[in-house]
Design a protein around this ligand. Structure first.
Ligand code: HQG
Length: 186
C-alpha cells in the first residue's frame, strides 16, 4: 500500500518525469529516462526529502505502477502520461476489439456533438482503459464521469496503431468520433 507521504512525493515525481524535469533541475534523455542519483538530489534541492530506499518503495507500491527503473537501477522513467516529447520505444500492440475511455460529461459536447473525437490534448497520446470500471475512475478526475466505448477493432482495420504502456494503459494518437459510443450508465 502506498502511504500518504509517499503519495505526495510520487505526485511530484510524476510531474518531473512526465511534464517538467526542470522542477528538479534535471534533464531526461530522449527515451524519458532520468538519472536516479540526479533525480534524488534534485528532489532534495527542491525541498522534499527523498532517498534511494524511499524511491524504491515509491516505485514498488505506486497504485498505478507509474514508474520503472532500467535494468541496473541507475535510471528511472514514467511509464506513460508524458506531455514532453519522449520516445518510450513502445511496441505497436494489437488491442482487444473494444476499449474504454473515461471522461467527464462536460467534455461530451465537443468530443461527440462537435465530432472532434478524442484528442491527446497536452499529452502525447489519448489514454484508453481495458475495462469500464477503470474508465469511470479516470473520468472522475475531471468531473461527473461518463464512459465512451471505443471500437478499436474497426480502428485497427482502418490502420490505427495502438501501444500498450508498461503499466497496462492503451495509447493511441487520436480517436475520431465515428469510433466512439457513449456507454449508457449501469
Ligand atoms: C478530454 C491518469 C474536449 C479527455 C489516467 C480527458 C490516465 C476532450 C481530458 C491518464 C477532447 C484530458 C490520462 C475533446 C479528449 N474535447 N475534451 N475533443 N478529447 N478530451 O488528464 O485520459 O493518474 O490529459 O476525455 O489514469 O483523463 O495521471 O487525460 O478527460 O491514464 O497516472 O480531455 O492520467 O493517470 O485529460 O488521463 P488528461 P485522461 P495518472
Amino acid at each position: 500500500m502506498e502511504n500518504g507521504a509517499y503519495k505526495k512525493i510520487s505526485k511530484f515525481i510524476s510531474l518531473i518525469l512526465r511534464h517538467n524535469p526542470g522542477a528538479a533541475g534535471i534533464k531526461l534523455d530522449d527515451h524519458g529516462w532520468a538519472d536516479v542519483e540526479e533525480l534524488i538530489q534534485g528532489v532534495n534541492k527542491a525541498g522534499k526529502a527523498l532517498d534511494m530506499d524511499m524511491l524504491k518503495e515509491i516505485v514498488r507500491t505506486n497504485d498505478k505502477k507509474r514508474f520503472s527503473f532500467n535494468e541496473d537501477g541507475t535510471k528511472i522513467r514514467a511509464n506513460q502520461g508524458h506531455s514532453i516529447a519522449v520516445d518510450l520505444e513502445l511496441k505497436a500492440t494489437l488491442p482487444p476489439d473494444i476499449l474504454y475511455h473515461g471522461t467527464a460529461t462536460r467534455f461530451l459536447g465537443s468530443i461527440l456533438n462537435l465530432k472532434e473525437g478524442l484528442r491527446a490534448g497536452s499529452r502525447l497520446y489519448v489514454h484508453l482503459s481495458k475495462d469500464y470500471e477503470t474508465a469511470v475512475k479516470v473520468g472522475m478526475r475531471h468531473g461527473v464521469p461518463c464512459v465512451l466505448k471505443v471500437d478499436t477493432g474497426r480502428m485497427v482495420k482502418d490502420g490505427y496503431t495502438f501501444y500498450l504502456s508498461e503499466n497496462g494503459v492503451w495509447l493511441v494518437e487520436k480517436v475520431p468520433a465515428e469510433y466512439l459510443e457513449r456507454v449508457a450508465e449501469a
